[in-house]
Design a protein around this ligand. Sequence first.
Ligand code: TYD
Length: 203
Amino acid sequence: MVSGFITFEGIDGCGKTTVANLIAERLKQEGIGIILTKEPTDTWLGDAVRRSYAEDIHPYTEAFLFLADRATHTDWINEKLNNGNIVISDRYSDSTVAYQAALFHQNFGNPMPEYVKWLQDVSGPIIRTPNITFLFDIDPEVSLERVGNRGEKEKFETLDNLKLVRENYLAIADEYSHFRIIDATRTIEEVTEEVWQIINQEL
Ligand code: TYD
C-alpha cells in the first residue's frame, strides 16, 4: 500500500464517521502511517464554520467559510501525504458541493446542477482530488431515524434538505471515476469490510 488521499462522504447519519474510525484503526494496526482528519476542521477556521451554521447566516457567507477552512486544510493534507501517510478526511470538497448547492437551490431557486457546477469551479484551485471517495449512500428517512437516536438535529438534517443533498452526491459520483458508492443501509461491519477491501485493492 502506498500513500493516498481518501475522503468519506454522505448525508448526516450515514455512518461514515464510525467506519472512518474503524478503518483508521485497522490501518494503524497494520503499521501504516495514517492520518484521520475531518471537516469542518478543529482550527479557528472550523470554529468560524460551526458558528456560521449555528447562526442563520447568509448561505454564500457560509459557503465561503467552508471553502476558507478547506483551502488551509488542503495545504495541511498535502504536507501529510508528502510525508508518506494515508490521509482519510471525514467530509471534504464534495460536502460543500452537495450541501451548499441544495441550500442555494432552496434559497435562490435556480436548478441545483447550476450551483453544483459553480461550487465545483470555485473549489478547483483549493482542493486536491482524492484517490478514492467513498459515498455512503442511504435513504434520508433511514439516516434521519439514526440521527434522531443521537439527540438534537442540526440545521442541515431535515428530510427535504437531505433528499436534495443525496441527489447532488449521486450526480457528482456519476461524474467522477474515483467515487465508490457504498450501500450504507447495511451493518457497520459489512460496510467497513467493503471499504477495507476496496482500499486494499486500490491503494
Ligand atoms: P458533520 O460532519 O456532520 O459534523 P458533526 O459530525 O460534528 O455533526 O458536519 C456538520 C454539518 O455541516 C453537516 O450537516 C454537513 C454540513 N457541511 C456542509 O454543509 N458543507 C460542508 O462543506 C461540510 C464539510 C459540512
